[in-house]
Design a binder for this molecule. Structure first.
Ligand SMILES: [Zn+2]
Length: 153
């Protein structure tokens, strides 16, 4: 993991975060209040666009270290040929604050995608029409290995 200084969210990161937070799920209301003050740094060294959120120090100090939880919304990334090339996952800390936004892929590491290529869907209610089940659970050749063990916690 890299420890470069936290910075403000880019417009793209905010747009993608909004994609998750448009849905109603446990913690969504709290997470929405954090978007404006959220800061981030690169969350992975593999070359993908994964980011880790950094809260202000006062907040960070009160966060108990528990396993992050995966929100029940996924963004599936579809390329120009209509092929599913990866997806986006959002994790919250055990206290409900933003933890990380991860981009995984079925091929080489992906940067954060253009929001126009992302299809949002609820992983706890519906099956995405183009994938028989969550690609994250199904794919065994993910390059983004750092995501895999954490998803299972
Ligand atoms: Zn990565």
């Amino acid at each position: 993991m890299s420890f470069d200084p936290a910075r403000s969210l880019s417009d793209l990161e905010r747009d993608l975060l909004d994609g998750f937070l448009r849905f109603e799920f446990e913690g969504a209301v709290t997470a929405r209040t954090q978007v404006d003050s959220a800061r981030a740094r690169s969350g992975c060294d593999c070359g993908c666009g994964t980011i880790s959120f950094a809260l202000d120090h006062a907040t960070e100090a009160t966060v108990e270290s528990g396993p992050p939880s995966l929100v029940p919304v996924e963004g599936t990334i579809i390329d120009h040929d209509g092929e599913v090339v990866g997806g986006l996952l959002l994790f919250l800390q055990s206290d409900g604050s933003l933890e990380s936004m991860e981009v995984y892929s079925s091929g080489s590491p992906l940067p954060l995608p253009d929001p126009g290529t992302v299809t949002w869907w609820r992983s706890d209610e519906t099956q995405h029409p183009t994938t028989p089940s969550s690609l994250a659970d199904q794919c065994t050749s993910l390059t983004h290995e750092i995501c895999r063990p954490r998803q299972r916690t």
